[in-house]
Design a protein around this ligand. Structure first.
Ligand code: ACO
Length: 470
């Protein structure tokens, strides 16, 4: 076991084991995460050429602790130790998580070890939501209770009507969803007791149950239609579709192909480890704020066009292209940088085909069999065909991501373009909640607080530039 310490060893001691306290030590236990077997434990030897001092930083689970670098200092009294600089977290793990595993090069996505393909084919969305949070698939008894609890809590307080009615007729439904989720905190003040198991549990149930209701109410508000209250005889997805679509019929009967398609899309979108919105949820939640406020941060992050907002942008892009014969010209404009990005392509993690995109493409075929081929599908297929054979895209490993085809499916089901990201948010709520709880119960986590490299002016004396003195 190497010793803990920050004192430098002489440069000539490079290969010697630590005997003088110069070697940093690890206290973290290796887990059985997929990264562990190949890596085992080890050490990273670092020589600081400023001081000629050498350090060994422990490697555990293919990672070094950035705080170990802090021990690398110079004689300068202002030097508070070496930092790592990683804008946009390109290569920095912010947590240890047992929820979702992605291998971006191989196109693998697993929730709690289960391949996404198997879950999409065989599971229900609420089964997956349970799995994400609890780590195991539910027994029949657990599942029945969970479905009952989520169904029981689908109603929102009547004051929510007034809250939603305050929005303009053309409000973006993501803006409505974001503020509504945050607003729920005011209805459940005891939800702030986040370390009380019962409070945490009921908040999680409420968020899973009420997000589809609020989403559907936002849809009806924009359409100028009366709100449809939850029908608790229906399944999670059917109930949502009923609140969106039901008119005068006494019982809404959804198209079974749409129900299954939406269930699968919800499963595919349920979690995706430390993406932008999940990091926002964890970051905001790390201040120990209530879960409604933390989840609204996730909705806000998801709204952005580089994240969940991409599905909306794909449809806008396709509409702008207008005709399949314009595709080559559009691709050229993307490559030259004049035409913006090819939305729905590229991913920070996947450097091969997004496994979710494969499933979505098959799903699109099934939905189009029922509703007829979407007029823009031809454009999408041509975009994909050209991009996948073009050196610009292949050399940058840009492949279709989950959002490339989802918009076409959503539109063929009758959802307006600006509602697509809301559908994503309903599903991702399950992942955000699981990640939030994991973060709270992780003893290693503290309030999220990145460091910075200050590049502003040195100290200077205040001298007003105003002409009228205070
Ligand atoms: N179209 C054209 N070029 C692209 C695209 C794209 N969609 N995505 C990346 N590139 C190019 C970049 O211009 C850059 O080229 P360069 O090396 O010549 O400068 C290179 O590929 C690397 O791009 P980065 O921006 O560094 O990649 P990053 O990992 O930061 O971005 C992202 C990932 C944001 C998803 C990006 O690929 C993108 O903007 N895609 C379009 C938006 C989209 O579909 N987002 C949804 C992602 S899935 C989700 O969030 C659910």
């Amino acid at each position: 076991m190497p010793k803990t310490g920050t004192t430098a060893a002489p440069a000539t001691n490079k290969k010697k084991p630590a005997t003088d306290g110069s070697r940093a030590s690890a206290t973290t236990k290796a887990s059985n995460s997929p990264r562990t077997p190949a890596s085992g434990a080890g050490g990273l030897e670092i020589k600081d050429t400023r001081t000629s001092k050498e350090y060994t930083v422990p490697i555990v689970e293919c990672a070094i602790r950035a705080t170990e670098l802090k021990k690398i200092t110079t004689a300068d009294p202002n030097d508070s130790g070496l930092m790592s600089y990683d804008p946009a977290f390109l290569n920095t793990a912010s947590c240890r998580s047992a929820i979702t595993y992605i291998d971006g090069d191989k196109g693998i996505l697993r929730y709690r070890g289960y391949p996404i393909e198997q879950l999409a084919e065989k599971a229900t969305f609420l089964e997956v939501a349970w799995l994400l949070r609890n780590g195991e698939l539910p027994t029949q008894e657990e599942y029945d209770q969970f479905v009952h609890d989520v169904t029981w809590h689908t109603y929102v307080h009547e004051n929510f009507r007034k809250f939603l009615e305050g929005f303009r007729y053309d409000a973006h439904p993501m803006a409505m969803l974001n503020s509504s989720i945050a607003g729920l905190a005011s209805f459940y003040p005891t939800s702030r007791n986040i370390f009380d198991d019962k409070e945490r549990n009921i908040s999680i149930i409420r968020l899973l149950a009420k997000t589809p209701t609020i989403a559907a109410f936002s849809y009806r508000h924009v359409k100028g239609l009366p709100f449809v209250y939850p029908d608790n005889r229906l399944s999670y997805v059917e109930n949502f579709l009923s609140m969106v679509n039901r008119m005068s019929e006494s019982k809404y009967e959804a198209n079974p192909t749409f129900v299954r398609a939406l269930e699968i899309l919800f499963i595919l979108h349920a979690d995706h480890e430390q993406n932008c919105s999940t990091s926002a949820v964890r970051g905001v939640g790390s201040s120990h704020v209530d879960p409604f406020s933390a989840m609204s941060a996730g909705v806000a992050a998801l709204f952005g066009p580089l994240h969940g907002g991409a599905n909306e942008q794909v449809l806008r892009m396709i509409t702008e292209i207008g005709n399949v014969k314009n595709v080559p010209k559009f691709i050229e404009s993307v490559k030259s940088g004049e035409g913006g990005r090819l939305m729905g392509f590229g991913h920070r993690v996947y450097k091969s085909y997004d496994p979710r995109a494969k499933i979505v493409k098959r799903l699109a075929d099934e939905v189009f069999k029922v509703v007829g081929v979407d007029k823009d599908l031809e454009i999408a297929l041509e975009l994909e065909r050209i991009a996948l054979s073009d050196e610009y895209f292949t050399s940058r490993k840009l492949y279709p991501n989950v959002d490339f085809y989802t918009g076409l499916i959503y539109r063929s089901m009758g959802f307006p373009t600006d509602f697509f990201t809301v559908l994503f948010a309903i599903a991702r709520m399950s992942g955000w909640l699981a990640q939030w709880e994991e973060m709270l119960l992780d003893k290693e986590q503290k309030i999220s607080r990145p460091r910075q490299i200050y590049i502003g002016p040195k100290e200077r004396q205040y001298q007003t530039r105003l002409t009228r003195a205070r």
